[in-house]
Design a protein around this ligand. Structure first.
Ligand SMILES: *[C@@H]1O[C@H](CO)[C@@H](O)[C@H](O)[C@H]1NC(C)=O
Length: 190
């Protein structure tokens, strides 16, 4: 894996969640991160995270778009109850304390909401709440490796590397308006 990587070349996946594009920038499974994991997530209008809690710390940075952070007021009760609402906007940053029930949603119709997320102690072990009134004891454990997809793409990357080079040659050929054979042959002659 290269030291410097281009975000636009990293894999993204919805992980089965409508409106979500998730990218693991540095993760526990694929990148061997032990203490933290860094993601980029893009939420289409009307999509967002489930209502959930986890034992890890979480830091958000909003790159673009607007939305709403819903955060439980207290952990003293049996259920999260009516959350506090905070508007989020480009350059907004916020942290989610350990075990705080929260949800981030794109509540702006016109544009995507894009955030960088850092979590401690990966992989994240989330407990999902159906409603804000769902008792803590009934939140459903969701074990999920958020960089599983990256692991797959890296496993196949090793045997596919020459193909990636061919792709570059094809791009160059296209740019020059010539065939790829032309370019590859003249490269060998040189
Ligand atoms: C975000 O903050 C940085 C640092 O102050 C600033 O350079 C940048 O222009 C800001 N971006 C937006 C969209 O406000």
């Amino acid at each position: 894996m290269s030291v410097v990587r281009n975000l636009t070349e990293l894999g993204q996946d919805s992980y089965g969640r409508p409106g979500l594009m998730h990218m693991t920038i540095a993760g526990a499974v694929h990148h061997g991160m032990k203490e933290m994991e860094v993601w980029m997530q893009t939420f289409a209008p009307n999509s967002g995270t489930p209502i959930h809690r986890h034992e890890c710390e979480e830091v958000f940075i909003t790159l673009k778009g607007h939305g709403t952070l819903y955060l439980s007021r207290s952990r003293e009760l049996d259920a999260p109850g009516e959350p506090e609402e905070f508007q989020i906007y480009p350059n907004a940053t916020f942290t989610i304390p350990v075990d705080s029930v929260h949800q981030v949603r794109n509540t702006n119709q016109g544009e995507d909401l894009q955030v960088v997320v850092t979590i401690s102690r990966p992989p994240m072990k989330s407990f999902i709440y159906k409603e804000w009134s769902t008792p803590h004891a009934e939140a459903v454990y969701e074990p999920r490796e958020w960089d599983k997809e990256d692991k797959l793409s890296s496993a196949s990357q090793q045997c596919k590397e020459p193909e990636a080079e061919d792709d570059v040659m094809a791009d160059i050929a296209k740019l020059l308006g010539r065939s790829i054979e032309d370019i590859v042959v003249s490269d060998e002659i040189r």
